[in-house]
Design a protein around this ligand. Structure first.
Ligand code: 3HC
Length: 303
């Protein structure tokens, strides 16, 4: 099947029981792709409203996936949907949810202290065999892992939005990550239908290290008045073959996310000029114009 989604029900990877922490856009997508291949998945959040929202966005997205995979066989598509949804559990209880996990993936807010609190809380309750992973888009995996007693079983698994569609998974090992953990993570990545690449534990790994400064440079062009946002977007789509122009992409990713990434990097690496958040970006965030999710960013999405 396209995208490598296995529906045979037989899982090769040692990872079968997956807990995803954080019911936002990324966490929901990760839970969905794991459930689609037959992993037993628990999606955890502290907020019941967030879990309800995750549930409904997963339902909508699985329907889109089924429509694509089974366009000539709707009844198989229905089976795929109900099997996948049947593999998903939603929970507010963090400690219970990690007890039987082979893999725990964190996809919470991009803040080192919050991530440290989370991982120190679950380190003592998860089994010694459990692998911990972070879906951080900008923080160092080694810094996040530092509070746990399982640095050999800690890895970065960085997904892309929309997770069910984007085929890439960046797998990031630290100097302490064991060969066994790395091998299991790579195998699992392939099993969920992703193409895996690996990269050093550097800011933004590969994709965000290139995409975030790309979006930021576009903001600088706009500030200088070099061209309109619309023309810059058209130019990069038709002249460079990008599926979205820099402003469409920035609106899609969310300006708060890009701002937090740049702010974190510029504090850690004050000498890198590309990491300094632009005034336009700060203004959009201050005004709550975060992009598609708030109905307004560089463009308006109000219906
Ligand atoms: N769930 C399931 N399927 C989805 C989906 C979702 N959430 N979103 C889109 N799709 C499917 C659609 O059903 C459609 O399927 P079809 O080809 O069978 O009709 C297909 O994807 C294309 O969708 P659309 O027709 O709605 O729109 P586009 O053709 O414009 O594609 C896009 C949308 C896939 C988002 C494309 O514009 C794209 O690839 N954009 C770039 C996205 C990108 O760069 N993402 C990375 C951001 S950086 C990041 O995530 C890192 C983080 O750390 C910040």
């Amino acid at each position: 099947l396209s995208r490598g989604i296995s529906t045979s029900g037989y899982l090769h990877s040692a990872i079968k029981n997956v807990t995803v922490i954080g019911g936002g856009l990324m966490g929901s997508g990760i839970a969905q792709v794991a459930a689609q291949v037959g992993n037993d998945v628990t999606l955890v959040d502290v907020n019941d409203g967030a879990l309800q929202k995750a549930k409904s966005s997963i339902q909508t997205s699985i329907q889109r996936v089924a429509k694509k995979l089974y366009k000539d066989n709707p009844s198989e598509g229905e089976k795929f949907i109900s099997n996948s949804l049947g593999k998903l559990n939603f929970s507010l209880n963090l400690k219970d949810s990690v007890k039987n996990a082979d893999l725990v993936i964190e996809a919470i807010v991009e803040n080192l202290e919050t991530k440290h609190n989370l991982f120190s809380n679950i380190d003592s309750v998860a089994s010694s065999k459990t692998i911990f992973a972070s879906n951080t888009s900008s923080l160092s995996i080694q810094d996040i892992a530092s509070v746990t007693s399982r640095k050999d079983r800690f890895i970065g698994l960085h997904f892309f939005n929309p997770v069910p569609v984007m085929k890439l998974l960046e797998v990031i090992r630290t100097p302490e990550t064991s060969d066994d953990t790395f091998k299991k993570a790579m195998e699992w990545g392939k099993e969920i239908g992703k193409v895996t690449i690996t990269c050093k534990d550097t800011p933004g790994f590969v994709v965000n290290r290139l995409l975030v400064p790309f979006m930021s440079e576009a903001f600088k062009m706009l500030e200088r008045g070099d061209a309109t946002a619309k023309d810059i977007d058209i130019a990069m789509k038709l002249g460079a073959g990008y599926p979205m122009g820099p402003f469409e992409l920035a609106d899609y990713v969310g300006h708060d996310t890009t701002y937090f990434i740049l702010k974190g990097w510029s504090e850690k690496y004050p000498d890198v000029p590309q990491f300094k958040p632009t005034e336009t970006l700060k203004k959009l965030v201050n005004e709550g114009k975060l992009g598609v999710k708030t109905g307004e960013g560089i463009y308006s999405y109000k219906k």
